[in-house]
Design a protein around this ligand. Sequence first.
Ligand code: BGC
Length: 744
Amino acid sequence: MEIDIEKLIAKLTVEEKIKLLSGGDAWHTQEIESVDIPNITLTDGPHGVRLEDKEAGEFFQSKPATSFPIEAAMAASWNQDLIEEMGQKMGEECQYYDVGVLLGPGVNGKRSPLAGRNFEYFSEDPYLSGKIGASFVKGVQSEGVGTSVKHYVANEQETNRMVVSSEVDERTLREIYLLPFEMIVKEANPWTMMCAYNKVNGTHMSQNKKYLVDVLKDEWGYEGLIMSDWGAVSDKVASIKAGLDLEMPGPGKEDEKALQAFEAGELTIEEINARVKVVLELVEKVLTEQKDVDECDFEQNHKVARKVAEESMVLLKNEADILPLAEDSDLAVLGKFAQEPRFQGGGSSQLNPYNLETPLAEIKKHGTVDYAPGYEDEEINEDLIAEACEIAQDKDKVIIFAGTTEKIECEGYDRKDISIPESHIQLIKEVAKVNQNIVVVTNSGAAIDIEEFEAQARGIVHAWLPGQAGGSALANILFAKTNPSGKLSETFPIAYEHNPTHLSFPGDIKQVEYKEEVFVGYRYYDAKKLDVKYPFGFGLSYTEFEYSNLELSKRKLKNGEGLVVSADIKNTGDYAGQEVVQLYVKDHEAVVRRPEKELKGFTKVHLEPGESKRINIKLDERDFSFYSEKLGEFAVESGQFDIMLGSSSRDIRAVETMEFDSNDDLREPLTVNHSIEKLLEDERTGAEIKAILDEIDIDQDNNFYSILLGMPLTVATGILRSFNFSEEKIEQLAEILENTDEEL
Ligand code: BGC
């Protein structure tokens, strides 16, 4: 449907225009009948379509749709093509239900494992989030359906999420929290973005012109629509002025106020028209791309959901090859989650699954199974545990389901710790007394405390919240119909207290300080040289992979140049399998403190037993850079860099060193407050200072000399004068001091 936007804008009254800048109701934009502007439907969410089912009469009931694995799981697949395919399936379901914009993906950072909504976010690593997020968006949009990348920005907790100010320095924002948004905007051009509830450095995101306009629109060139999170607008006029296009939900409560502001000249017609134009462009796009479909292949989509679940499950432990299980094993399956699966998170993303499998039924297809629930809820139930032990004692192997419940992990509130319920831990511990052949299957959207039951588990499979096809996906992994290939999209620490946000999360009602700066997740554990339970990027397979012949296409790089990193990966075991090859970059030395390594590339490669393939990963200038507050942009500092290929962030298999010869001048300005030592080391002043010091009558082996070196130039000259050193030389030093002024 074509709309002559300019003409329409000319026809609309100011009242109508203001009305159009808020939704029509909870899930639609405003329709304006007088000029035939229809509405479009916006609906959650990140792991499937949650279209409100009005006829069902129940709050929160939605039309049946495919429940794909949660975002944390999608990222753990490290498979961009697969996530694009999954996005495309979501797009098909949107078309089927006439949904114009799907409200996802969420790409906030996993700063703390306690954040209640971590399951809805991809990773602790912004690059992985950006790549998987871009694939998601490309997939959905390939079907002519928009996405809404959310929650822009720095919304990393549920506590006080609607009022708190995230206090984050600019470098941290750029390198960690803005990066996934930037990558997705540049790579996949999402039709819409959703601003977060919270403030950033004191300003509500719905009114934050710096990040809505200066960064998103002007710097990154974003031309799509920015909508608010549901209820995030507290001052419609301020939001319009700050570049927010659409307030959701609607209708707007402050339309009258906005009209008055217009009449008083505080809000200009140009500002209003600019926002109206973007809203109309979205409506036009949705209506143009809308397909008239009355069928949807939910069976096929279920298969894709299964594939994503299979590729995302992470084999954490496999002592004495307890896995895979032999077909026809005599098994005990314990834990209520086996029959009532934990397959998705709670809150706005919670949808009505089209076809929900249970792990119990799927495991039964492969072996002889006795089942006992083992627990009812979080409280220990001795009777249920006794029943489970009874069943488990003479079985070949025992599979126990454990993990977070919705009471623990959900939108709207944060977790108190990273433990799973006592009732689950106790079940594992008691069963271990009667049968040691235990495989624990864990469900959660973020790191859990594995330490609490690890000793009792010979095998551990982290299944995340695997969506509606999680049952068969798990059975396929357990019985080696599929070789596990998922790798953790976040670190599982030994203890929650090791996490860098431990002392600052979730702050108070006013603010939360991102004190750990860029040292989030593995960036922190690496810098602190802390052992972790399972590192970022970790995951076992039923086979082994060998890395060799790492090669860099260039050893020296200049600005604007890139290189290709290649290596041979060989499957040296007996199972066909997939390896996620991870590329990390380390800057040897920098004017700012940089992480020990940062993920800058990855690829997932399928290999038959004995097969070898050469992988190629491209790097460009940006992959060596950091955000320089001095220059106000990403820049590269000259020097040496390590290029590391690894099977996880703590299992680096090959390293090569190269050099970057950069034009960017990242040196800090020298001032009179810098020490003599610093001025001596710096190429801008070193020679001059050295010549003077060498001529001064001072014993350079004496302590006094060392002390002098530590003094600021301004103090050092005064001290030298008071000790009657050569007046002429002091004069020369003083001259430098004079020239030094603010900057040399
Ligand atoms: C959530 C969003 C969601 C919206 C609509 C908000 O509370 O933060 O992620 O898209 O509701 O359901």
